[in-house]
Unconditional design. Structure first.
Length: 366
C-alpha cells in the first residue's frame, strides 16, 4: 500500500529548518564578557642597610637612552626625579645648572625645559636633602628584564645636583633618584604628577595602584627582587570587595590632593589627634607629632605599644623594639611639620592602595 504524506510536509520541514538555524545563530552570538584585570603588575627590589630598609624600582630607559638606575619607591612624594648625569651629554651639566638654549631643547629623546626648580626631602628633625634641576619630558621604562612597562611622554624632574643641605655636603650622582607615586602634584613643578598616574586604563579599570605587603625576609644587603608587589590599575574588586578601608583625600591649592589622613594615635597613656602619612620613602623611623611632648624630640623605649585609628575606622597596632618599629615623638612647633609619618615598617604588616581617579587611599591589615 502506498503511504500517503501530508501535503504540508515541505512547509513543516522548511519551518523546522528555520527554527533550528535561528537557534544555532542565537547560540553562536552568545558571548561571555571578558574579565576585568589590572593594567600591569611589577616586582620591586627590597634592600636593607643596618636598620634602613628601602624598596627600589629600576628605571631602564629614559627617552631613547638605555640606563639602569634604582629609584626609591616613595608613597610620601609625587613625581619621578632622576639625575641628569649619564643621561644628558656632560657638556650640558654644570655646577650651576643644566644648559638649555631658549625655552627647551630635545636631547636623546628627552625634552629639557629652561624651567628650573628645587625639591627637598626629609625634615621632621632629620637631615634635609635638596635636588636642583629642570622640568623635563620623556617616555620612561619602569622595571627591568623581570618585567617592565613604558609610559608615554610624561613630565619629570631632571636634577643636576643633590645636596645634604643640613650638613652642606654634595651627594654622589644618582644617590637620590625618587619614584614618587603620591597623589597631587610635585612641589618641584605643578606640572609633574606620579608616573603611575599617566597610563590610560582599559574599560572598567581605575587609575591607581595597590601594594602587596612587603616581605620582611626579602630585605637583603644585595637587594632582592620580589615579584608582584606593585599592581597598576585598580579593578572593581580591588575597590569594592577586597577589604580595603577607603579614605577620601583633601584638596589644597598648593600640591593638589594630600595623602595625609586624619586619625587618633595612642601610646604610653597619650592620645593625640594626628594627620598620618604612610611613607615607603621613610626607611627607618616613625615620627609621631605631639606638641605636648616633654622635649622637642624623644625616642619611645623598646616594648612600647602604639595604636592608630583613622577617622574611617582603619586600626593598626605595633610594638617598638631596639631595631624595629623605631619611633620618635616630636613637637611640631620645633620641627615645623604637623604630620605623624609612618615608616616603611608599616608596609611589612599592611597593604596600601591609591585611587588616583577618585582621590582616595585604601588601607588593609594583612
Amino acid at each position: 500500500m502506498r503511504k500517503s504524506y501530508p501535503r504540508c510536509l515541505p512547509l513543516l520541514l522548511i519551518t523546522l529548518y528555520i527554527l533550528m538555524f535561528v537557534a544555532a545563530c542565537k547560540k553562536d552570538k552568545t558571548t561571555t564578557a571578558p574579565a576585568i584585570t589590572n593594567y600591569a603588575t611589577l616586582g620591586l627590589y627590597e634592600y636593607i642597610s643596618g636598620t634602613n630598609r628601602r624598596v627600589f624600582v629600576p628605571i631602564t630607559k629614559l627617552g631613547n637612552v638605555n640606563i639602569n638606575y634604582a629609584s626609591v619607591f616613595d608613597t610620601g612624594s609625587t613625581g619621578l626625579t632622576i639625575d641628569a648625569n649619564g643621561i644628558l651629554p656632560a657638556s650640558m651639566i654644570t655646577s650651576n645648572g643644566i644648559v638649555v638654549a631658549g625655552d627647551s631643547v630635545v636631547v636623546n629623546g628627552i625634552t629639557v625645559t629652561s624651567q628650573q626648580s628645587t625639591i627637598s626631602y626629609g625634615g621632621a628633625g632629620g637631615d634635609i636633602t635638596t635636588e636642583y634641576g629642570n622640568l623635563a619630558y620623556a617616555p620612561v621604562t619602569i622595571g627591568d628584564g623581570n618585567g617592565n612597562i613604558t609610559t608615554g611622554r610624561i613630565p619629570i624632574f631632571l636634577y643636576y645636583k643633590v645636596q645634604d643641605v643640613t650638613n652642606n655636603v654634595t651627594l654622589p650622582v644618582h644617590s637620590n633618584d625618587v619614584f614618587g607615586v603620591g597623589p597631587g602634584t610635585s612641589f618641584a613643578s605643578s606640572k609633574i604628577g606620579s608616573p603611575l598616574s599617566y597610563f590610560t586604563m582599559p574599560a572598567g579599570v581605575t587609575s591607581g595602584f595597590r601594594l602587596a605587603r612587603f616581605q620582611s625576609a626579602s630585605f637583603t644587603t644585595t637587594g632582592t627582587y620580589v615579584p608582584g608587589l606593585l599592581v597598576i590599575g585598580l579593578t572593581p574588586d580591588d575597590l569594592n570587595s577586597s577589604g580595603f578601608i577607603m579614605h577620601n583625600l583633601t584638596y589644597y591649592s598648593v600640591g593638589g590632593y594630600s595623602p595625609n589622613i586624619p586619625a587618633t594615635i595612642n601610646y604610653s597613656g597619650n592620645s593625640i589627634a594626628a594627620l598620618l602619612l604612610f611613607d615607603t620613602g621613610d626607611p627607618e623611623i616613625t615620627y609621631l607629632a605631639n606638641n605636648a611632648n616633654s622635649t622637642n624630640t624623644s625616642t619611645l623605649p623598646a616594648n612600647t605599644t602604639v595604636t592608630l585609628t583613622t577617622n574611617n575606622g582603619f586600626s593598626y597596632q605595633y610594638t617598638t623594639t631596639s631595631n624595629f618599629n623605631l619611633t620618635q615623638v616630636q613637637r611640631p612647633n620645633f620641627t615645623g611639620d604637623p604630620r605623624s609619618i609612618y615608616s616603611i615598617d608599616f608596609f611589612l604588616s599592611n597593604q596600601y592602595l591609591l585611587d588616583y581617579q577618585n582621590h582616595r587611599i585604601g588601607l588593609k591589615n594583612n
